[in-house]
Design a protein around this ligand. Structure first.
Ligand code: 4NP
Length: 160
């Protein structure tokens, strides 16, 4: 059976599609692609159908990640389908707790920075949308760190 991971941010055009692309690359490198399903979604649906933001696509491509996800809004079925729903910031966390249809589904919600090993000062992944180039690099640094930690945790828990 596959372990299903969903990354969630606000617009699903910057942070969560980058998390999806990075985590998928880590899973492939580890030879575990058959065992994992990875997806991303936004709490806001206004960018539905869009590719990730061009600034995020360029920054990610420079690190070898090619982001092709099309934005979508989270839906109720996601709480049943996915084993872990990993959010980027407090606003996403609160929105998903409001949307979660049951206590069991709320227990699937995690914060991305909880998986970081090398960024102890960050408790959220900051929204880079209104930031410059450095904002996107910081987001990618946090996401790479968290994706490593997440993979290790899932392996340790026997989920991969
Ligand atoms: P994301 O960034 O949540 O990382 O995809 C944003 C993208 C779009 C908007 C806000 C944040 N927006 O307001 O349109």
């Amino acid at each position: 059976m596959k372990t299903r991971i969903l990354f969630v941010c606000l617009g699903n055009i910057c942070r969560s599609p980058a998390a999806e692309g990075i985590f998928r690359a880590r899973v492939e490198q580890a030879g575990l692609s058959e065992r994992v399903e990875v997806d991303s979604a936004g709490t806001y649906g206004g960018h539905r159908g869009d590719l990730p933001d061009s600034r995020m696509r360029s920054a990610a491509a420079r690190r070898g990640y090619h982001l092709t996800h099309r934005a979508r809004q989270i839906r109720e079925e996601d709480f049943a389908r996915f084993d872990r729903i990993i959010v980027m910031d407090d606003m996403n966390y609160e929105t998903l707790h409001r949307l979660a249809p049951s206590r069991a589904s709320a227990q699937k919600i995690y914060r991305m920075t909880d998986f970081c090993r090398h960024h102890p000062d960050w408790s959220y992944v900051p929204d880079p949308y209104y930031e410059g180039h450095e904002g996107f690099e910081l987001v990618l640094n946090l996401l790479e760190d968290a994706c490593e930690g997440l993979l290790t945790d899932l392996q340790r828990e026997g989920l991969l």
